[in-house]
Design a protein around this ligand. Sequence first.
Ligand code: TTP
Ligand code: MG
Ligand code: MG
Length: 435
Amino acid sequence: MTSPQPKATICRDCLTLEPGKDKRCRACGSPRVLRHEELGSLSIAHIDCDAFYASVEKRDNPDLRNKPVIIGGGKRGVVSTACYIARINGVRSAMPMFKALEACPEAIVIKPNMEKYAAVGRRIRQMMEDLTPLVEPLSIDEAFLDLSGTEKLHHAPPAVVLARFASQVQSEVGITVSVGLSYCKFLAKVASDLEKPRGFSVIGQEEAVAFLAEKPVTTIWGVGKAFAATLESDGIRTIGQLQSMEKNDLLRRYGSMGSRLYHLARGEDDRGVSPRGEAKSVSSETTFNHDIAALDELVPVLRGLSERVSERLKAKEIAGRTIVLKLKTGDFRLRTRNRQLSDPTRLADRIFNTGLELLKREADGTRFRLIGVGVADLTDASRADPPDLVDTLSHKRALAEGAMDALRAKFGREALETGYTFGRRRKPIEKSEPQ
Ligand code: TTP
Ligand code: MG
Ligand code: MG
């Protein structure tokens, strides 16, 4: 039996699944009808409260409802946030208070009450966790949710669950939220900002590239003012310009950030939604009996540790994008170095080779008492180590590693050692660290 086609239209107020073809809902007359071809198949959401601190204060003092409200002041003398009425007059977060009051002299200024906002934030988070265990908080007023596979539980597709959630927050908590729904975290976050306040925006796979083409590079996660200025000096202002560039060109110019630009510009983002408390990194380290300076002595240890980390990633069905090398010198100074890969990995070979590049730079004659390697920026393993066009060998290596894993599973981990570790295995310390 095939499951019924997911519906592509819902009413955000009465949650009717096919509210008709008119602008208003056939069932309740609401104009808040959501239409999108991919509505039934998208499941990554970002939810962010509207003018959060100001909304909480308005909730608690109805006299403020139709007035411009600014939260801030205190020691820093800047605006924490402003309600949407004050924003119409040009007030923005992080603005010096005197400027904000120049722009909107009639505004009512309230000092922040962090305990109250934190309690409201927790309550909303709890409501999110009732929808799915996969809730990744980003700040006091926002989180990612992965609702895939929850349709049976809720008897409704994610879009309906989210619309219902937004109504529920409004009626039970007394503030409003905006929802972004997409197939990845990057675009879900972009979407939640499109129609604020009380928004619900959808960005599907089909439209992602064209949608992004028009946007400034600062839309991309991690592109702040400074990096945007670097790109600007190279003549790059829009994501569309990035889309027309070669990956190698971007890598050469901007290093690991180049890879991020390349993929995010195309709407490619494979980071999973990872709830708080889950391991944020997997690492393995070992302390030597005697300090070691020689690279050729450090290398086999690194190889063994990389294999160990890889095994644990594979066992947990996870992968990570950032490789972290940890060294402690003979005089107990800690050095950590990291590198971001283009895709998440769980392969010993990639962990090792990246770790080795980092290690080579550090092996300058310094004596080390400890070496460790770890993988951070964890995601689920589904999109780890794709066959790489740039490095066709890596896919073959992945297959070879799969064969080695199978042998180890059958005969024990000592059954198969690579040339690097043969006869040199030491007992490492395992770590799974929360962030
Ligand atoms: P945001 O979600 O960035 O902003 P917001 O909720 O006020 O407004 P929006 O509708 O655009 O989402 O931040 C959440 C809260 O964090 C905000 O209410 C106040 C606080 N904050 C600061 O204290 N300083 C800042 O510069 C920003 C951006 C936020
Ligand atoms: Mg907000
Ligand atoms: Mg926010």
